[in-house]
Design a protein around this ligand. Sequence first.
Ligand code: HEC
Length: 127
Amino acid sequence: MRVVLAGLAMLLATPAVHAVDAAAGRAAFKRCANCHQVGPGARSHFGPQLNGIVGRRAGSAPGFDYSPAMRRAGFTWDEQRLAAFLRDPDAVVPGNRMRFWGMMSERQVGELVAYLRSMPAPAPTPK
Ligand code: HEC
């Protein structure tokens, strides 16, 4: 239902939606938070912590046991890659272990990417 509403909101929104809202992305991140942490003190958990993910090499969070596919992905996350991954993880990193079926509107993808972009790389975290 919420997805439908978000889709509607997207249709009704003015074209000036470009200033995507990192705050909205923070709310959207709830659907990732079962597996991922981000922000001060974030740790890899069920999934890798995502601080500084924009500009971070894929499969490189210390202490996380990535799939071979993700370890070998061989690229650095930028906004385009992230958005594509959220739309279809397997299309970007075939054989990766992230299983995520949350349907997302394009607007939510944009908000999530804006939010993640706003979360800096971590200071070294104590184990
Ligand atoms: C059910 C658990 C789960 C959910 C929900 C989930 N992820 Fe993941 N995610 C993972 C796992 C596990 C990996 C590591 C995959 C691998 O090693 O192949 C991963 C990997 C990633 C990576 C690559 C990280 C890196 O260090 O290269 C990104 C980016 C990511 N997830 C973003 C998200 C976002 C954003 C959401 C919410 C829309 C989300 N994930 C939802 C489990 C999850």
